[in-house]
Design a protein around this ligand. Structure first.
Ligand code: PMP
Length: 401
């Protein structure tokens, strides 16, 4: 029956992990994976998450189905975290939201909703490059995917002129995907002033902004600061779609906790949108999983746990920032590695686009047992006090050839 099914290509990031696992050298480092690692290179379960789980266990909560749109005690608080307590659409009860299978699920629900109900366009513009799963998610949702310039290889920074030109030339009312903060894979974000200009262009062209916020709090260590772009757009009167993930900022990766939301113009319109979101979710997975949403809801709903969680997110963000500083100093001052490495420090979030070329990344894997994606992206979280000098020495050798 399946004799005509062709073998598909392997996932590029999971391929890195497989090569890493097969390597027996004790010095090996995996910088491909997009999950936080602590100072000892180990996965990190947040203490606030452990406390929330104790509270949930003690409550002897049942395991009944959630409603189609998820756990209300979680969804309300997740929307508040993103939009801010003083957000007009939140206060006026006109945000439609539904719990999702983490950020990916939120993007997929959003893609499907826009493909079915957005009346003006079926085209979504993604930054080039973008997270590798964006194209398949939106294509499989029924949208046509196009790109707008984002990254400038020469400066290892934002191609702001190219970005503006491409958005100005996009057909009116197209959908545009924006990484709310900590752009993956480049680690390059617009400044607040540049965001304000992007908002103006979206207004001029009537572009519909779809924010992907997978790293709130993880970029700067401050959840409000990381929500600046989203909140600015909403304040400027844009209607937006938003995909949120609690994988990184609460370390709830495998629990699959997320939220899809849309701002609407009235509570009455919100109710109609809600009904259509349910019609999309019900035949896909009926209703979302309960445990992770309870954890996130418990943390967001308890002033004490919330404060603790905020400091734990800041701890993760700051450890990454300290690794950026250390890597920059080691390359530039200690090893005098040829090239300009300032972008290591100016980039933000979990990832850094190092500027290393495919042959250099290959040499790092073969000679130094250091693994990363072929585009030179590294997860800063994979670096720690125990391996960062070894890593810098490997980069230095690869660059010198
Ligand atoms: N968007 C971006 C930009 C991401 O980097 C990720 C995680 N790698 C996601 C969405 C979704 O991840 P998840 O489904 O695990 O929340």
């Amino acid at each position: 029956t399946w004799s005509a099914v062709p073998a598909g290509p392997p996932d590029p990031i999971l391929g890195v992990t497989e090569a890493f696992k097969a390597d027996k050298d004790p010095r090996k480092i995996n910088l491909g994976v997009g999950a936080y690692r602590d100072e000892n290179g180990k996965p990190y379960v947040l203490p606030s998450v452990l406390k929330a789980e104790e509270i949930i266990t003690a409550s002897k909560a049942d395991k009944e189905y959630l409603p189609i749109t998820g756990l209300a005690d979680f969804t309300k608080l997740a929307a508040k975290l993103a939009y801010g307590a003083d957000s007009a659409p939140l206060q006026e009860g006109r945000i439609s939201s539904t719990q999702s299978i983490s950020g990916t699920g939120a993007l997929r629900i959003g893609g499907a909703f826009l493909a079915r109900h957005y009346p003006h366009s079926k085209t979504i513009f993604l930054p080039v490059p973008s997270w590798g799963n964006h194209t398949p998610v939106f294509r499989d949702s029924g949208l046509e995917v196009k790109g707008y310039r984002y990254f400038d290889k020469k400066t290892v920074g934002l191609d702001f002129a190219g970005l503006k030109e491409d958005l100005r030339n996009a057909p009116e009312k197209s959908i545009v995907l924006l990484h709310a903060c900590a752009h993956n894979p480049t680690g390059v974000d617009p400044t607040p002033e540049q965001w304000a200009e992007i908002s103006d262009i979206c207004k001029e062209r009537g572009l519909f902004p779809f924010f992907d916020m997978a790293y709130q709090g993880f970029a700067s260590g401050n959840t409000a600061r990381d929500a600046f772009a989203l909140r600015h757009f909403v304040k400027e009167g844009h209607q937006v779609a938003l995909a949120q993930s609690f994988a990184k900022n609460m370390g709830l990766y495998g629990e699959r906790v997320g939220l899809f939301s849309l701002t609407t113009s009235s509570p009455e319109e919100k109710a109609r949108v809600d009904s259509q979101v349910k019609i999309i979710v019900r035949p896909m997975y009926s209703n979302p999983p309960i445990h992770g949403a309870r954890i996130a809801g418990t943390i967001l709903g308890s002033p004490e746990l919330y404060t603790q969680w905020e400091s734990e997110v800041a701890g993760m963000a700051n450890r990454i920032i300290s690794m950026r500083d250390k890597l920059y100093d080691t390359l530039t001052h200690d090893l005098k590695t040829p090239g300009e490495w300032r972008h290591i420090k100016s980039q933000i979030g979990m990832f850094s686009f190092t500027g290393l070329t495919p042959p250099q990344t290959k040499a790092l894997a073969e000679k130094a047992h250091i693994y990363m994606t072929g585009d030179g992206r590294i997860s800063m979280a994979g670096l720690n006090g125990g391996n960062i000098v070894y890593f810098a020495e490997g980069v230095n050798a690869a660059v010198r050839g």
